[in-house]
Design a protein around this ligand. Structure first.
Ligand code: PHE
Length: 474
């Protein structure tokens, strides 16, 4: 089977596709805002340390498993542990998680696409009215936008690895970098922009506490697309000659750099809009930032550059976020797609058809859980109170299972697959890896403190989310 497996045409294609997965909605708005609220430069520093010393080893382990097995995540666990082994449960989770996260990510991508289209139609003033977001997400037009997003994702994935995923990443990622830089360049010329930059980069270590550290690590983990089977799947499409160690570093650097640079766009814009902004009062949620707060700021630019100019900036901003979201969505839907193709021996077309129906149905249910349908809106109640279907998907899969999947990868690679095999795999394409300091660090960290940290995060999340008990005073 592996001889027939389609591969990325080059290491660059793989890096761009993996970076495309990693760079997402979280980087562009979520990261800058939580950095500013949680100690500016101090947060940036801690985040960078987490990426380098905790996330990078996990990323290499995921990639090594995928490339070695040349299979989807479920197939990889089965191939490396044996068909009968219970490790296949970890494999199931590594496929179920992206399937469910795809559902909630799809909902948000559809809203982005809706806002993008509305700015194109000249309706930025409408987007900036306070009640618009609630009305929009509960209107049936979202289903129209959903149909278009589903079509775009399917068209990319139907093209396969080279002609679909890689080609899209090679166009969308450079376009994203250019748009980001142009927007940053523009925003930095606004009055008061520097006040925002200062808040963003000047460190305030007094804000650091256990909760901020936990948040920073979860954010880094999610941002690098770890624990979702994505990197395992993408790495199953690279050849033994390619350098995983170097590629993983490039993906982590690109992702973190985009997140950092996005802060130079978002914060100056906020401070220019309202110089008296108290950053601690900014909303934690990316959703309310993107859909409620930022449209107001974008509209206010009309005082400087007129309504058309403001609409053009808003359009570029939403297009940037949309590109970031599409490459992430493609990567996440690819996991169950690859699994269906590999496990059931069916064509991509058929697999995508099945998945479109399955994710489509769940996405529709999620979309209707913001007030459209009562039983979906208040489906159950746990932890902090009443939860919608969307909340459940988010809490269970994004918040809880993601670190658990990371934990499984560490334990599996270190104690079942074993260090020597990991080193052998990572040395292919990176001949200096064996015996290097990095190798020693990766093996040590993955077998000791990284799984412990992930376990603590998992337990703490379960306790706080579902039982309202805070274990560490956060
Ligand atoms: N890294 C993405 C982000 O920052 C997260 C993600 C990746 C979500 C892939 C879904 C699919 O938004």
């Amino acid at each position: 089977m592996s001889e027939n497996r389609e591969h990325f045409s080059s290491k660059l294609g793989f890096i761009l596709a993996a970076a495309g997965s990693a760079v997402g909605i979280g980087n562009l708005v979520g990261f800058p805002v939580s950095a500013t609220k949680n100690g500016g430069g101090a947060f940036l520093l801690v985040y960078a340390l987490f990426v380098a010393f905790i996330c990078l080893p996990v990323m290499m382990a995921e990639m090594a498993m995928g490339r070695n097995a040349q299979k989807d995540p479920l197939g990889a666990y089965k191939a490396l542990a044996g068909e009968k082994s219970n490790w296949k449960i970890a494999g199931f989770l590594a496929v179920l998680t992206p399937f469910m996260i795809a559902v909630f990510y799809m909902v948000i991508t559809v809203w982005i696409f809706g806002y993008l289209s509305q700015t194109l139609f000249g309706n930025l003033d409408l987007l900036a009215t306070p009640s618009h977001f609630d009305n929009f997400i509960n209107s049936y037009t979202v289903f129209g936008y959903m149909a278009v997003v589903v079509l775009i994702v399917n068209l990319i994935l139907l093209g396969g690895v080279k002609q679909g995923i890689e080609k899209a990443a090679k166009f969308l990622m450079p376009a994203l970098f250019v748009m980001l830089l142009v927007l940053v360049g523009y925003v930095l010329t606004l009055d008061n922009a520097m006040a925002g930059v200062k808040y963003y980069v000047i460190p305030d270590f007094s804000k650091m506490n256990a909760s901020v550290l936990n948040g920073a690590l979860s954010q880094a983990f999610f941002s690098l697309s770890l624990g979702m089977g994505i990197l395992m799947t993408y790495a199953s499409y690279i050849s033994k000659k390619d350098d995983i160690v170097g590629s993983a570093k490039m993906v982590a650097i690109t992702d973190s750099l985009v997140a950092f640079v996005a802060g130079l766009m978002v914060l100056p814009a906020i401070f220019s809009f309202d110089p008296s902004t108290d950053p601690t009062k900014l909303s934690d949620s990316s959703v309310s930032m993107i859909f409620v707060y930022l449209p107001k700021i974008l509209l206010a630019l009309q005082n400087d550059i007129g309504y058309f100019g403001a609409s053009a900036v808003a359009f570029s901003f939403f297009l940037l976020v949309f590109f970031a979201a599409i490459t992430s969505l493609v990567s996440i839907v690819e996991v169950p797609t690859a699994t269906l193709c590999d496990r059931k021996n069916i064509s991509r077309k058929k697999a995508l058809g099945i998945l479109t129906l399955a994710t489509g149905l769940l996405t529709v249910l999620c979309t209707m859980s913001f007030g459209m349908v009562d039983w979906l809106t208040s489906m159950t109640s746990y932890g902090s109170g009443s939860k919608s279907f969307f909340d459940i998907v988010y809490d269970v899969f994004y918040d809880t299972i993601l670190p658990l999947n990371g934990l499984m990868v560490c334990l599996f690679v270190m104690y079942r697959w074993k260090k020597a095999r990991l080193t052998a795999e990572l040395s292919q394409g990176a001949p200096n890896y064996a015996g290097s300091l990095i190798e020693r660090y990766v093996n040590f960290s993955l077998s000791t403190f990284i799984p412990i940290i992930l376990l603590v995060i998992f337990i703490n999340t379960v306790a706080t989310k579902f039982f309202n008990v805070s274990l560490f005073g956060f």
